[in-house]
Design a protein around this ligand. Sequence first.
Ligand SMILES: Nc1ncnc2c1ncn2[C@@H]1O[C@H](COP(=O)(O)OP(=O)(O)O)[C@@H](O)[C@H]1O
Ligand SMILES: [Mg+2]
Length: 412
Amino acid sequence: MSTAATIPNPFVYGQVLIPGKPFCSRPQLESSVLEAAAHQRRIVLLGDRRMGKSSLVEHTLTRPDRVLVAVDLRGLDSVEDFIDRLLLRLSTTLEAHRALTKHLPEPLKEALTFIGEVNLSLHGIFSVSARTKPKASTVIRAMDAIERASHWRPLVVFFDEFQEIVENLEEREARHLLGVLRAEIQRHTHVAYLFAGSARGSMLELFTAERSHFYQSATILDVGPIPQADMAKFFKEQFARGKRELSADTLQAIFALAGESPNDQQQLAYHLWTQSTPGRLGQEELKRAFSALLAEVSRRGELILESATPAQRRVLFATAIREDEETSTDSFIRFAGFKNNSSVGAALRPFLKGNNAILEKRGSRVRYRERFMRLWVLLQVVNIPSLFPASRPFIASSEQGLLLPYLSNDLK
Ligand SMILES: Nc1ncnc2c1ncn2[C@@H]1O[C@H](COP(=O)(O)OP(=O)(O)O)[C@@H](O)[C@H]1O
Ligand SMILES: [Mg+2]
């Protein structure tokens, strides 16, 4: 018998939604992606981090009868690394479709033996690695392996976080790699190519700037927030599976607290599920959920605050209070308690890259990558005013009015 208690929490956040995970449908985007896959087109998915680009592609396109080669370029550090990732994903994907690879066709075998060391096992499983120095010809040969594989079976190649090529490699290396890729991709008539990127600036430039190798080579799709009505329906249905009923107020509060990122909405929904039992969910459950969520965020937040210098802490507080303000203005510099722009910059630096990257740049503005981290930091300022005496404006803000009902467990 299936009771509400045996249904696992359906909500997932911070990771790609693979098939089988509940997914709020996005009909237009899904059909564009399916179209591209079916007709070997090229499309670019542009959108902020955590808007659901990777999930859209992997959830929509992963099917037993489709060969999807998903290459995640996050943290890419060299051309050699690019080749490794591409070939590794090609080989693991083909392996996953082993029923199809029982008889590895000659052209594919040939393409693969070109590259570094190739081990063909007796069972048709193979592993590939490119250990030789990356020359253009090596990238070409890696792409050639894709092309040959595609003649035996149409492929969909998905380069995720594609902007990392431009952002992480030396300019000359990046230009060269992009040039080779562009030329190769043009020849691949049996391959659909999808590109996704979070950093708007460099992705847009890559595909639209005139001097770019990828100029006008692909259709651009915006992946923004999921329309609230769709997400509301999704939440209602998922909660209903666990015999939980969401009132209109509770739904509204989820969106008000979590903002427009589907990731943050799911994070709150996840906790709302764990903090509730079957029945009607209202403010009490939501309060507990928000509290549990902040406790989760605090584990990371505390580590970061504890290891920060006083100046670094001030910049974190000031950014939380004056989100999306230009950090180079006199008003911000004074507000954060600094003397000049360069000392603000120095204090910001450790939070923009690496393990403690909780902030991100947007042009000349800086903001928190995660809304709930920002809220947690704000809460620290409210609870311990001596941490940052300039925090009065926040105390009076309408934002706090919005949050207040849900913060009663966490405000001291
Ligand atoms: N269609 C969807 N329905 C419900 N939640 C989604 C959907 N797409 C994304 N999400 C939420 O957003 C999170 C991040 O998605 P992801 O695909 O990794 O975003 P991106 O690739 O844009 O950074 C997921 O873990 C999930 O919580
Ligand atoms: Mg992604």
